[in-house]
Design a protein around this ligand. Sequence first.
Ligand code: TXA
Ligand code: MG
Length: 333
Amino acid sequence: METKIINSVEIASDEIVKGNVVGLPTETVYGLGADALNEDAVLKIYETKKRPDFNPLIVHVSDVQEFEKYATDIPNDVYKLADFFSPGPITFILKKKDIISDIVTAGLDTVAIRVPSHELFRFVLKLSKKPIAAPSANMFGRISPTTAEDVLKELNGKLHYILDGGKSSVGIESTVLSFEGGRVTVLRHGYITKEDVEKVVGRTVYDYEESVSSGKISSPGLLKSHYAPMTPLYLAEHTFDLKRLIDELDEDNIEGLTKDNIGIMDFSTYDNFRELAKHLFSDLRNLDERNYKMLFASKVKNLKLGRAINDRLDRASAGTIKYEDRKIIFRNK
Ligand code: TXA
Ligand code: MG
């Protein structure tokens, strides 16, 4: 099958209507879309990206009003949050209606729904008149794509078309929220931060780990997936550890590493976390293509958008490094 990057929303929409998968731009990352109400089409998503069938998909719709078609018992907090952040990078886990197939939700009785803000994706929703199920358009376990070219590299030959919508402006996946047990829990950190959500709902918002360990929400056990580059990535807790590594490599080599055969993710070039988030996956992808022996990054401050950035770095990493007892210590995951 030949895969083409296209600019036509009509062709992309036709693919959805025909029951095929198509690469679609969103403001977060590129998605691999299919008609959410067509089980065969949804199965093609799992097949195409070799995604395990226990990992549920997000259903994308054009408007909050549509939530009621696919979900019931929608808490008021959802409407409050949608008022502020939808269309945009926020996903709500809601009690599903029967019209949503178990294949979409991987057998759960909840469905993930979001209203994307990317203009071209919205156009495809409007033309096709279908809700669109879409995971990120990468092979399972790999780095999420933020350009049409990235999708081509990931899925070339596995689909007909990728709609080109430029580089995703957000760069990391949407914030996923659960409303189980009467509390708001962040299942996946994203561009919209826990603090942003707290401001709108006016009460404490919890991390996934907090809610699971206190027994307030059930653990679907679905969230451990990672986005690994081919080249092993090691993380330093502080920039200091990374600086030490570079100094040491000036003098000598460590485990066959030299200054020339390692890649360093340099976040100091970005003015703020938003810029960093936008370029995080593409920087990782670019370094991964250079045949380095190892990649290194240091974590950022674990606050606000920093949480989402650290989460993606953690999931992409093979282990950590630390300068301890005058030595660089590598620890594998
Ligand atoms: O920004 C995004 O959300 C992108 C774009 C394409 O919209 N999509 C995306 O989809 O990141 P995916 O499939 O890569 O990630 C979906 C996440 C997974 O962590 C999945 O476990 C979680 O949402 N999820 C989906 N349905 C769920 C449910 N019913 N309960 C709990 N988690 C769910
Ligand atoms: Mg993904």
